[in-house]
Design a protein around this ligand. Structure first.
Ligand SMILES: Cc1cc2nc3c(=O)[nH]c(=O)nc-3n(C[C@H](O)[C@H](O)[C@H](O)COP(=O)(O)O)c2cc1C
Length: 166
């Protein structure tokens, strides 16, 4: 539970790398997420190349933090494997798992939205040479945080209802 409440979006990073075993744990956690009918339609593209980071920043205005971070993980879904229309939900569950796993290993991370921005997703799919059936969903930036602000406290009893909505 602490990890869930400690997670926050990090947009300032040090240049420190992500340890290989930590990256593997984060990716393993991502693949452990639920998928509708266990379709396992989600995959990850790990991007460390700085030149590619620059190209991604050029097509994703809200992902400029990628220029500081050591790596980004593109979460993608295979539309040929997905069950019915559940591909976005499957990819979202995997994305959250990546964020939580990164937090648990002492890294900062941020979910940069790709789906359902048509222009952005098409640009990223072209840049990273994704085949037609593989759809870009989110870009998760990971690295050592250079941000000491505490996470937001979002608890709000007004948002909780019981039994019927009244
Ligand atoms: C679907 C989605 C898309 C997002 N896209 C971006 C983004 O492109 N760039 C960014 O800096 N943060 C992005 N975020 C992070 C949100 O801005 C962030 O979660 C929100 O401000 C709450 O802050 P917190 O994550 O620190 O709790 C996105 C989050 C979600 C769920």
């Amino acid at each position: 539970m602490d990890i869930i409440l400690e997670r926050k979006s990090i947009r300032r990073y040090t240049s420190e790398d992500v340890r290989k075993e930590d990256l593997e744990y984060i990716l393993r956690a991502g693949l452990a997420a639920p998928t509708a009918r266990n379709s396992r339609c989600v995959s990850f593209l790990v991007i460390k190349d700085k030149d590619t980071h620059k190209k991604l920043a050029a097509v994703h205005q809200a992902a400029q933090m990628i220029l500081q971070a050591p790596l980004a993980i593109l979460v993608v879904g295979d539309k040929n494997l997905a069950y019915q229309e559940y591909l976005p939900q499957d990819c979202a569950a995997a994305t959250e798992n990546l964020l939580l796993a990164a937090t648990s290993k002492g890294y900062g991370s941020v979910w940069c939205g790709v789906y359902s921005n048509k222009e952005r997703s098409e640009a990223i799919e072209k840049l990273l040479k994704l085949p037609e059936n593989i759809k870009a969903f989110s870009l998760v930036v990971v690295g050592k945080s250079d941000d000491n602000n505490p996470p937001k406290d979002k608890w709000d009893p007004e948002k909780i209802k019981y039994e019927v909505w009244e």
